[in-house]
Design a protein around this ligand. Structure first.
Ligand code: ZN
Length: 372
């Protein structure tokens, strides 16, 4: 098997790897058949005995065997039958849009009950232009067993990363919890407002060479379909580890900057007042060396010619590019805020709001130093 980098399919693959104790690229279709009984029993048991699973399957695999009420059969049996139906119907009609293998069976309906992101059967029945979905039964099977890697952070949540080591680590951690804990709700049912916090926590795991980690929160039930994605990249992970080593992570998070980082937003805003140590780290992270020098020079010059409280009030009013431009020009008449006139264009150009916020921060820190 190969990775598809789709959250549900890849998490199923790593769950499979974990239980078969065999690297995913050596797993064969026969291994999949051999795993049916094991996973049907395990998942059936969890759905019947664990409150967490009994509920979560309604938001991940609605209308599948996971949510069907068995009639005269055990839960395990109906899951087993559905798994078997999938794997016994591997076709060769078309290439799968996710794994690229020619395993699609156009006579088998693969829809939303198996996987997030697919249209529901009822929808494409009524809409003639969507006849079928080219997803293969193997991807559908993997997507079903990804349930064992699901946590809930407000919504059902899976992590996906380019790093196999990361995927193995998170899978092992989840499976250990599953096998050892009775009260899953404590560890797997996490309040929605901790999305970024949890992402930052796992980014600090001791795993090297991670290109990205995406936290994929999704809803796949009834009429409700939706998703929230937060991604942190290699550079972000390095920043977090640096902050952690220097004892600045707590301060960073206290301003909600981890949330901004995870959502790809600029870190410093006029709402933030952090320590000069943290500011230095943020500048190194967000600004080029030249930008840093321009900002420092402008801020230092402003403080020389005007009272910092007055400056801060005025900067607060610079909520548009032209207002900020005027602010810079007015003070430039008193004394040049830049060493090179070309720097005016940089300061007031495309990234003006970011520079405004950094100048603001420098003045705040300077003012704080004076107060001490
Ligand atoms: Zn596939």
């Amino acid at each position: 098997m190969n990775r598809s980098y789709m959250p549900m399919i890849d998490n199923g693959l790593f769950v499979l790897e974990y239980y078969l104790d065999k690297p995913y690229n050596q797993i064969t279709i026969n291994d999949l058949f051999d795993s049916i009984n094991y996973f049907a029993e395990k998942i059936g048991h969890f759905i019947e005995t664990k409150e967490f699973y009994r509920k979560v399957v309604y938001s991940t695999h609605m209308n599948s065997s996971f949510t069907q009420i068995p009639k005269g059969k055990s839960k395990e049996t109906i899951i087993k039958e559905q798994f078997q139906e999938l794997l016994e119907n591997i076709g060769n009609d078309k290439e799968c849009i996710y794994c690229s293998n020619k395993r699609v069976n156009i006579n088998l309906n693969i829809d939303r009950k198996f996987m997030y992101g697919l249209v529901s059967q009822t929808f494409y029945n009524s809409s003639n232009n969507l006849q079928t979905v080219d997803v293969c039964p193997i991807c559908a099977y993997l997507s079903m067993i990804s349930i064992l890697n699901i946590q809930k952070i407000g919504m059902p949540t899976l992590y996906i990363s380019d790093s196999d080591d990361f995927m193995r680590s998170i899978t092992k951690s989840n499976q250990t919890i599953l096998d050892e804990q009775n009260n899953l709700d404590e560890l797997f049912n996490i309040p929605s407002n901790l999305k970024s916090t949890k992402l930052i926590e796992i980014a600090l795991l001791d795993i090297s060479n991670i290109g990205y980690i995406t936290q994929f929160c999704f809803q796949n039930s009834g009429q409700l379909i939706g998703e929230v994605e937060r991604t942190i990249y290699k550079k972000d992970i390095e920043l977090l580890k640096r902050l952690d080593n220097k004892g600045l992570l707590e301060e960073f998070m206290s301003f909600g900057l981890h949330d901004r980082l995870a959502l790809g937003r600029s870190l410093v805003t006029d709402m933030v007042y952090c320590s000069s140590r943290l500011l230095k780290e943020l500048e190194v992270f967000e600004l080029k060396e030249e930008e840093k020098k321009i900002i420092e020079y402008a801020a230092d010059t402003l403080i020389e010619i005007e009272d910092s409280n007055k400056l801060l009030k005025e900067i607060k009013l610079c909520n548009t590019q032209s207002k900020f431009n005027n602010f810079i020009l007015n003070y430039s008449e008193k004394k040049a805020l830049v060493k090179d006139v070309k720097h005016y264009d940089i300061l007031t150009g495309y990234n003006w709001a970011k520079y405004r916020d950094y100048i603001n921060m420098h003045i705040l820190i300077q003012k704080n130093k004076e107060a001490v």
